[in-house]
Write a protein that binds this ligand. Structure first.
Ligand code: 7PJ
Length: 287
């Protein structure tokens, strides 16, 4: 059975109904909301981040996802020093000011360890703890981990999007990483899985992942899905990132229908409303 609660260090969250994970990208070059926390001189502005987090919490965010590496297709890799300098002070400042679970969107073992010391409660890795030392670093924190599927690296992922059977490959990959995490002594009920919408996949693959999300339930882990503002939506609607809210909500709603437990999003308020409507319908179904 998939767990119904996550113990995230000193805080915990219930998975009894779907959660909204709000994206805070502290990269100067992030794909849809980047730059807003940096001064003209490129300085990270903690007050701007905290104001944004406060607004997201008022809108009903359950988890704040802090990332300092841009993983959009073709993004320039960030150095370890820069990544640490971006995310650690932000996690510390958020945890000092708010009682909210913070997840850290990172792949590096050093960032995993320091983020946990700074108060992070979830490790969210688009590389599914594949970097050397990452599994051990994550196991050491005793925190929940999210393992995501990606083909190749952010630099190369859209160059090879051919699969014999994308769903089967993603499923086999996640099952393998779940096994690796268990073997590294990460507790089974501390593992979340994510099919990696938009990471080395075509539009048809991305749609199929959402339509067939139910196929991942046999792995008995809560599913996290990130579709917010992604380019598949832009292609279908022919709209720029700031006009992809409705497309994002439709895919997020279908993900909930298929049993997703955590939605990683930019637009917190509208997503929280959608989740409330989904919950109301869901409760009515049983009556
Ligand atoms: C995801 C993520 C996702 C998880 C990013 C973007 C790219 N982490 N980090 N799942 N996407 N778990 O937000 O467009 O889909 S960064």
């Amino acid at each position: 059975m998939a767990p119904t609660q996550l113990r995230c260090g000193d805080l915990s969250v219930s998975l009894a109904s779907p959660l909204v994970m709000a994206i805070v990208n502290v990269t100067p070059d992030s794909f849809s909301d980047g730059g807003s926390y940096h001064s003209a001189q490129g300085q990270l502005q903690l007050t701007a981040v905290l104001n944004r987090v406060e607004a997201m919490l008022q809108e009903g965010a359950d988890i704040i996802d802090v990332g300092g590496e841009s993983t959009r297709p073709g993004a320039i890799p960030v150095s370890l020093e820069d990544e640490l300098a971006r995310v650690i002070p932000v996690i510390e400042a958020i945890r000092k000011r708010f009682d909210v679970v913070v997840s850290v969107d990172t792949s590096r073992p050093e960032v995993i360890s320091q983020a946990a010391d700074a108060g992070a409660g979830i490790i969210n890795d688009v590389r599914a703890l594949e970097l050397p030392g990452a599994l051990a670093a994550a196991a050491n924190t005793s925190l929940p981990v999210c393992l995501m599927h990606m083909r190749g690296s952010p630099q190369t992922m859209q160059a090879n999007t051919e699969y014999d059977d994308c769903l089967n490959e993603v499923h086999a990959y996640l099952a393998g990483r779940q096994r690796a995490a268990l073997d590294a002594s990460i507790a089974g009920d501390n593992i979340l899985l994510d099919p990696g919408f938009g990471f080395g996949k075509t539009e048809q693959h991305n749609l199929a992942l959402i339509n067939q999300l139910y196929r991942f339930h046999d792995l008995e882990c809560p599913l996290l899905v990130g579709v917010s503002r992604k380019s598949t939506i832009g292609t279908i609607l022919n709209k720029p990132v700031e006009e992809r809210l409705v497309g994002s909500l439709v895919l997020a709603y279908e993900s909930l229908r298929q049993g997703a437990k955590i939605l990683r999003v930019h637009d917190v308020g509208p997503t929280v409303d959608m989740v409330k409507m989904y919950n109301a319908l869901d409760q009515n179904r049983g009556s």
